[in-house]
Design a protein around this ligand. Structure first.
Ligand SMILES: Nc1nc2c(ncn2[C@@H]2O[C@H](COP(=O)(O)OP(=O)(O)OP(=O)(O)O)[C@@H](O)[C@H]2O)c(=O)[nH]1
Ligand SMILES: [Mg+2]
Length: 309
């Protein structure tokens, strides 16, 4: 049996190999072959600052998602780490029991090259898990920055995890991550300040609710004691049902495809610019001219873009 057949049967080693090939871009045809098998999984993003308890939450919700013979694929993304593959598993993800379950597959991903590239690769790996037949694809990302925003863009439900007493809420608001939250979690609810943070967030969201059409639930959890987990899972489920029955899932996924296409075009233009268009000697000459105030940077960029298009 060839790789693709074993992959489509859901064999873990075949899934791992396909992911590696997609990550490395060794076989450009591969994505085209698997793409017709995608579109069935429900994508859930779990994002928030380092140590907020994202992995602990994943650990707690996955057994519930697995009920009724469902399969769950997990991607752990760490923009701060240069390591990838199995290196992070023991450490960063506290999911060793989960990894042994035959209906669970875990992959971690880390920075290789540019940050923009990481988010983009993550989206393709999510497609791989989707094609492999996982009913849910969970993407855990560390941080409240651009990578998280980019990844949230492909998720059907984005769960943002905050913790009390760290100023994370303000950071998160500044970074715009609260804007993409479909569900907000205040984890470490056993710590002081949790109730206060819940109230603050409720107040912040009340001001915004009118514009987005539904209430963003704000749920207090204690991940390590399984508190609040039922409420989190039932909110994910009801959001999924709502999106599916209202036709919004289709609408949003089409919007997401449009954004993805745009993003890939940008990536290609950037790569093209690097590889072919800019003649280094010529550019240096132009920079000198600009330095001597003979030509504006604007005009230089005009000339270069005219050449590309
Ligand atoms: N007190 C308390 N500790 C918690 C809770 N949830 C998680 N922790 C602890 O917080 C630490 C970090 O938990 P993780 O689940 O690894 O957090 P994370 O957000 O996945 O961390 P990174 O992936 O490294 O960013 C661990 O020591 C957990 O045991 C909670 O609800 N209450
Ligand atoms: Mg983690």
């Amino acid at each position: 049996m060839d790789l693709l057949q074993r992959f489509l049967k859901g064999e873990k080693p075949a899934i791992a190999r396909v992911i590696t090939q997609i990550e490395n871009g060794t076989d450009p045809k591969l994505l085209e072959e698997i793409f017709p098998h995608t579109g069935k999984a429900y994508y859930i993003g779990i994002t928030g600052p380092p140590g907020a308890g994202k992995s602990s939450l994943v650990n707690a919700i996955v057994p519930k998602l697995l009920e009724n013979n469902q399969k769950v694929g997990i991607i752990a993304v760490d923009p701060t780490s240069p390591f990838s593959g199995g290196a992070l598993l023991g450490d960063r993800i506290r999911m060793n029991d989960l990894a042994l379950n035959e209906n669970v597959f875990i992959r971690s991903m880390a920075t290789r090259g540019s940050l923009g590239g990481l988010a983009s690769k993550t989206k393709d790996v999510a497609l791989v898990l989707d094609a492999a037949g996982f009913d849910y694809v969970l993407i855990e990302t560390v941080g409240v920055g651009q990578v998280e925003l980019d990844i949230a863009q492909v998720c059907d439900t984005t769960v943002v995890v905050l913790v009390p007493e760290s100023g994370d809420a303000i950071q998160a608001m500044k970074a715009g991550i609260l804007e993409v939250a479909d569900i907000l979690i205040v984890n470490k609810g056993d710590r002081t300040g949790a109730d206060r943070l819940v109230l603050e967030l409720k107040f912040a969201f009340e001001l915004r609710e009118q514009t987005i059409g539904w209430d963003v639930p704000i749920i207090k959890t204690v991940a390590i004691e399984n508190q609040g987990i039922d409420e989190l899972v039932s909110n994910i489920r009801s959001q999924k049902k709502y999106l599916e029955s209202s036709g919004k899932l289709e609408e949003e996924r089409k919007n997401k495809l449009a954004v993805r296409i745009h993003e890939l075009i940008e990536e290609k233009i950037k790569a093209h610019l690097h590889d072919y268009v800019i003649d280094k000697a010529k550019l240096e000459e132009m920079i000198n001219k600009a330095y001597n105030r003979k030509i504006t940077p604007h005009l230089i960029s005009d000339e270069i873009t005219k050449k590309i298009f």
